[in-house]
Design a protein around this ligand. Structure first.
Ligand code: KG4
Ligand code: ZN
Length: 337
């Protein structure tokens, strides 16, 4: 794989993190993430209009900080990579507009990157991507099991038929009265809990690499209603975490096994979960499969991963022009089902 050789400014604003990074080939020179989590707590979830306004306020200082940490000026840039799909349109368009303005002002090539392709690249900082490999993407908006046949060439093996794994963590956390940014809160509460005290359902699906989490949300709601004041939050958090993690481990390993892939990567915000990391590594080793995760700071949304995907796509000679647009929904490029 040939990476683009110059400095790339990468920008990510698809949801509630404003992020800018500078990458050169597959090295990350800086990666600044400004989170809006606190802003959305009072509404109990992400309000798209508020997210877009917060991106407008944060975008320029975040870019300036990324350039300053990398000790790179706008004149030292060779290209711009920006997440343009999928995501909240208002949020995406802040990053895309900033990227286009800089590209026009400094006469730089620009490329729009698919957010999930960024996650696929996130474990591959400063080292070549091993191919082929299986990849489980688990985030707030997506749960996808992929076969990465080559960089830019993917096959979707399974997906969620309803809620994403991160969404199940977030909704469960809200039902338990924890932070709406639930994954980390559930993980913390679950450390002292007994996962066997409450029994939560796992879905049976016709495609054995698909996932479903909406029944779990309903079961959690019922549990909180039935138990009321008696509910032990730590035990409920542990049961929820186990019910989210177990199908991820089981199906990702089954997919790697079936495809005869010696390597499985697990990426996206939920890949920061320690229980998932431990169980996946333990189970994979029983089958002789190696598991790799991104650094914790590169699990949740960040621009460094967008820069790596950009360095790969620019390296192949691809680029967009100043008409680059945003798309709320979009399939991963180079994808066959
Ligand atoms: O990748 P990401 O930042 O955004 C999307 O692309 O959606 O993922 C955010 C998701 C949220 O649902 C959050 O609760 C979850 O990642 N998350 C975690 C943990 N840290 C973040 N879930 C479980 N355990 C964690 N430690
Ligand atoms: Zn993401």
């Amino acid at each position: 794989m040939k990476f683009f050789p110059g400095n790339i400014l990468a920008i990510e604003t698809s949801c509630d993190e404003t992020s800018a990074a500078v990458v050169r080939e597959n090295s990350v020179l800086s990666n600044v993430v400004s989170s809006q989590a606190e802003l959305h707590v009072k509404w109990g979830g992400i309000v798209p209009e508020a997210a877009a306004r917060a991106h407008v306020e944060a975008i320029l200082p975040t870019i300036q900080e990324a350039l300053s940490i990398a000790a790179v000026s706008l004149h030292d840039l060779s290209a711009i990579a920006v997440t343009n799909r999928p995501g909240l349109i208002g949020a995406l368009s802040v990053g895309v507009s900033a990227a286009k303005a800089i590209a026009l002002a400094f006469d730089l090539p620009i490329i729009g990157i698919h957010h999930l392709e960024g996650h696929v690249f996130s474990p591959w900082v400063s080292r070549p991507m091993q191919i082929p490999h299986a990849c489980l993407i688990v985030s707030g908006g997506h749960t996808e099991l992929l076969d990465v046949q080559a960089p830019g060439s993917y096959r979707i093996l399974g997906t969620t038929i309803d809620d994403a794994a991160g969404e199940a963590f977030d909704k469960g956390a809200r039902l338990l009265g924890l932070s709406p940014w639930g994954g980390a809160a559930i993980q913390a509460a679950a450390t002292l809990g007994d996962p066997e005290r409450y029994v939560l359902p796992t879905a049976k699906l016709s495609n054995r690499f698909d996932f479903s989490y909406s029944g779990l949300k309903t079961a959690m709601l019922r549990l909180t209603q039935v138990e009321g004041e008696r509910l032990n939050v730590a035990d409920a958090a542990a049961a929820l975490q186990q019910s989210i993690v177990s199908p991820l481990v089981e199906r990702a390993i089954a997919a790697a096994e079936e495809l005869d892939r010696a390597l499985l990567t697990v990426v996206g915000g939920v890949s920061a979960n320690l229980s998932l990391r431990e169980k996946m590594a333990r189970e994979a080793s029983r089958f002789g499969i190696e598991v790799q995760f991104p650094e914790i700071t590169l699990c949740t949304d960040n621009a460094a991963m967008i820069g790596l995907a950009g360095a790969f796509r620019f390296g192949r000679g691809e680029r967009d022009d100043c008409h680059l647009d945003c798309e709320a929904n979009s399939q991963l490029p180079g994808c066959v089902n």
